[in-house]
Design a protein around this ligand. Structure first.
Ligand code: NAD
Length: 358
């Protein structure tokens, strides 16, 4: 017998996930719900194997084997907790929650429950990024001096999404933070971020930036450089580079890389630029959802799914980056951890920290 999978939230990514899950060979049936009835109707029109649930409570009580949560970010924490309380294995889209406190609370409850909860950091399933990680882990690159992770969106998300997203670091750069941490198997100790706005005033109105860069210092001494923007007119540009003392690798250079190469003797890249995350990461989403179903079926697979604990570490980095822009200074991860534990805000004074040597 195949699986019955629930999908909560059928917007940009949820509709795509519903289609992907429905196409997996070991999935028999989908139960779907969304706060907007038209989104449910559109999914039912596309997918014969889908049936509707009136709301999330009905879906979670409908006998699903597992659930994929792809609703808006502010709903994640509550929905994860409800799914875990019902004993249902859960794959939730990133991030866990808008705040470190809410993320930590979810992680605490999940840890006590024994119910698998995975967070949708899909880049772990991109074949080239996985190969880059394997190269780092093998030692072939020597010691890693620098990692660079780039996420340049072609255009901003809808206005309502921006306002509820938690800002560019919690919403977008979290992918980069998860990827570089996973790539290196190392922890970030300090974060220095800057950001700016030249596009739609909505970003400034909600206290966000449309473009940012982040310097990450890892415990090993490796430097991470993360670049993100909401305005990259040529297309969706997502790359990962690892530079080592003996070799360098890059993931995300293909003929769809959205750059106009002005080198006279080079024709690369030759294809149409990637337009968005759906076309760039279709295979990665498929592999991620497949790995999640394997876990639900207790079938061994090379499982790189992001745990809730990993996602909490990512949330700490995103919080440090957000604070770094606001305070205009580097922020140590331990400062964020300590402030969170004490329920305090960070100080505006510069805090000098010594970076540990390996
Ligand atoms: N992993 C990725 O690459 C990736 C890409 C895009 C979005 N996301 C994440 O996925 C989530 C959704 O993003 P999106 O771009 O699809 O947003 P969206 O606004 O297009 O869709 C969200 C959907 O959730 C529904 N919804 C909201 N509250 C609900 C509730 N309580 N119950 C049921 N449905 C509810 C909305 O009606 C909407 O249809 C966000 O958390 C985002 O961070 C991840």
């Amino acid at each position: 017998m195949g699986l019955t999978i629930g999908v909560i939230g059928l917007g940009r990514i949820g509709a795509f996930h519903a289609d992907t899950v429905a196409a997996l060979p070991w999935v028999d049936e989908l139960v779907v719900t969304d706060a907007v009835p038209a989104a449910v109707d559109a999914t039912l029109d596309r997918l014969e194997s889908a049936r509707p649930a009136a709301d999330t409570d009905e879906l979670l009580a409908s006998g699903v084997d597992a659930v994929v949560i792809a609703s808006a970010t502010p709903t994640h924490a509550e929905l994860i907790e409800k799914a875990v309380a019902a004993g249902i294995p859960t794959l939730c889209e990133k991030p866990i929650a808008l705040s470190v406190a809410d993320s930590a609370e979810v992680v605490r409850r999940v840890g006590d429950s024994g119910v698998p909860v995975r967070i949708g950091y899909n880049r772990r399933f991109d074949p080239a990024m996985a190969a880059a990680r394997a190269a780092v882990v093998s030692g072939d690159l020597g010691f890693i001096t620098t990692v660079r992770s780039t996420t340049l969106d072609p255009a901003p998300p809808p206005t309502g999404y921006i306002a509820a997203s938690g800002g560019i670091f919690r919403d977008c750069a979290v992918h980069d933070f998860d990827t570089v941490r996973w790539l290196l198997g190392d922890e970030v100790v300090e974060v220095y971020a800057t950001g700016g706005n030249q596009g739609d005033p909505i970003f400034a109105d909600v206290g966000d930036v449309d473009t940012a860069s982040v310097l990450l210092t890892f415990a090993s001494g490796t430097i991470g450089v993360v670049s993100v923007t909401r305005y990259n007119g040529r297309g969706y540009d997502c790359r990962l580079e690892a530079h080592g003392s003996t070799d360098s690798v890059v993931a995300g250079w293909d003929d769809g890389t959205p750059v106009r190469n002005l080198q006279a003797d080079s024709t690369f890249p030759t294809g149409a630029p990637h337009r968005f995350f759906m076309d760039r990461f279709a295979a990665a989403y498929r592999a991620e959802l497949g790995a999640f179903c394997d876990e639900v079926r207790a079938t061994p697979s090379p499982n790189e799914l992001c745990t809730a604990q990993d996602a909490l570490e990512v949330a700490l980095i995103a919080e440090a980056a957000t604070q770094s822009v606001a305070l205009r200074r580097p922020v140590h991860i331990d400062e964020v951890r300590t402030a969170h534990a004490a329920g305090e805000h960070l100080s505006t004074t510069t805090r000098h920290t010594s970076i540990r040597r390996p």
